[in-house]
Ligand binder design. Structure first.
Ligand code: HEC
Ligand code: HEC
Length: 416
């Protein structure tokens, strides 16, 4: 018969409990009484270890007796959340001067194919806003030289401490200007070709004029980059994770919460922290075991310091389940593969199937809604970050305060 829950374990349950503790897995704290209840159920049905309860819904049904019991809620200690934070509602540049007119111009330029040498390539060609800011290719096809690295997403990228895999640009403005004159992006051999290309499209004269009203000659690559960057700064993708970090305990499922606890206890959060779960530091790729592909030396190619060899920016993990393939060299084609690699090369740990899928479940909670893209493809289209969670809001005056409404010109051919 069912014994009162607080009676403590029988010798058999004790063996069972010891058995659990000895498994080479991360211990998961559970409320005291609930654990014995679980153990009891486990031993009654003789179906083995049910440490993982159903991931969705708040009850689990006991197969044989038909009893419905509340599953023990997974508790995430506030201390563990401290290195993370929700996305801000907006993220202004240091000079804080983005206006709605600049953002509107930036959105048009972002998808403007006629500014490329072959008149077919826009920023959106590789950083496709309908595909979470990437193109899904190992290396993006271009009309110029081959791009050696996998295309990172532009979503949320403004919040990173540095841009590009090797951090060679300090701000999204600088990265955007570099992309506009990179022959492997739009095909132009030098930056001097970009402004004439804009001038050849008379309809832009007016939009540059309203975006930069104080300037006699507003059409320049600097202003184009400022406008596109102002648009990129609106591309923030709040997700269930933001609501969870802001204190909404039910925003994540138990499976996702358990995945987060695994993410922390395995050691991923020694590097992947902050509002983007990454993008706050450089680290050596292959810290514990040498990374197989040594061709790209990362940070050392920028600093010329040998000690920086194979250091890369810790990649942000926002929307990561949607941005395959992974790593600067696109060496992992699926997310579980990427997580397994990280554990091995960065932490010298081999993950079991259960931990692997648990961490992958957590990473899924970082998938947000893409402003201006097809909301049917995103998981949580209506979520907005809590206003209490806005860092750095002091310099955001004059910035468009929220992701903007879907716009036909966000993708495809812009005709101003
Ligand atoms: C042909 C594909 C391609 C096109 C077109 C392209 N990019 Fe990129 N973009 C890349 C690749 C590849 C990288 C990574 C390069 C590196 O790290 O060395 C990148 C990096 C970036 C980054 C840095 C993101 C981060 O998280 O570090 C930004 C911002 C960016 N691009 C914006 C733009 C803009 C704006 C345009 C249009 C003017 C553009 N890109 C056009 C492929 C492309
Ligand atoms: C010692 C620091 C460090 C640790 C620990 C670490 N990572 Fe990373 N992670 C990185 C760096 C650096 C990159 C960028 C790699 C590159 O340049 O190719 C990265 C990239 C990734 C990527 C690829 C993202 C993309 O867009 O391509 C994923 C996924 C990832 N990490 C997940 C994890 C998980 C899960 C763990 C724990 C099992 C973990 N990382 C542990 C430093 C670390």
């Amino acid at each position: 018969m069912v014994r009162p829950v607080d009676d403590g374990p029988t010798p058999r349950q004790r063996r069972f409990a010891n058995d659990i503790m000895q498994r080479p897995q991360v211990a998961r704290p559970r409320p005291h009484g609930a654990r014995w209840l679980l153990l009891l159920l486990g031993s009654l049905s003789l179906v083995g270890c049910h440490r993982r309860v159903a991931s969705h819904g708040h009850h689990r049904r006991h197969g044989h007796s038909g009893l419905t019991l509340p599953s023990p809620a997974v508790e995430v200690d506030a201390e563990k959340l401290k290195p993370f934070s929700a996305l801000p509602a907006s993220f202004a540049s240091k000079d804080g001067v983005a206006t709605p007119e600049m953002v509107a111009l930036g959105r048009q330029l972002y998808s403007e194919t006629r500014l490329s040498k072959d008149a077919k390539t826009s920023c959106n060609h590789c950083h496709d806003l309908d595909r979470y800011g990437v193109d899904g290719e190992d290396s993006s096809p271009t009309n110029g030289p081959v791009r050696e690295r996998n295309t990172p997403s532009v979503l949320d990228a403004a919040l990173e401490f540095a841009e590009f895999w090797d951090g060679r640009a300090d701000t999204i403005e600088a990265a955007t200007e570099e992309e506009m004159s990179d022959p492997s992006a739009l095909g132009w051999p030098t930056s001097s070709r970009f402004a004439p290309a804009v001038k050849a499209l008379p309809a832009y004269a007016a939009s540059f004029g309203t975006a930069f009203p104080d300037q006699p000659n507003p059409i320049s690559i600097e202003n184009a980059a400022r406008a596109v960057a102002a648009f990129e700064r609106t591309l923030l993708t709040p997700s269930p994770w933001d609501r969870f970090v802001a204190g909404e305990k039910t925003a994540l499922s138990d499976a996702e919460k358990r995945g987060f606890l695994d993410f922390v206890s395995v050691g991923c959060s020694t590097c992947h922290v902050g509002p983007l779960v990454g993008g706050t530091m450089y680290q050596k790729l292959g810290k514990e075991n040498p990374w197989p592909n040594q061709r790209d030396q990362g940070r050392a190619e920028v600093t010329k310091v040998p000690a920086d060899a194979l250091f890369f920016k810790v990649a942000p993990l926002r929307n990561v389940e949607k941005t395959a393939p992974y790593f600067h060299d696109a060496s992992a084609k699926t997310l579980p593969e990427a997580v397994k690699s990280m554990a091995h090369f960065q932490l010298n740990k081999e993950l079991g199937t259960e931990q692997l899928s648990s961490i992958v479940a957590f990473l899924g909670s970082l998938t947000g809604s893409v402003p201006g893209a097809d909301s049917s493809k995103t998981r949580d289209a209506t979520v907005a970050p809590s206003p209490s969670a806005i860092p750095d809001a002091s310099d955001s005056a004059g910035t468009p305060s929220a992701p903007r409404a879907p716009s036909a010109s966000a993708t495809g051919h812009a005709t101003p």
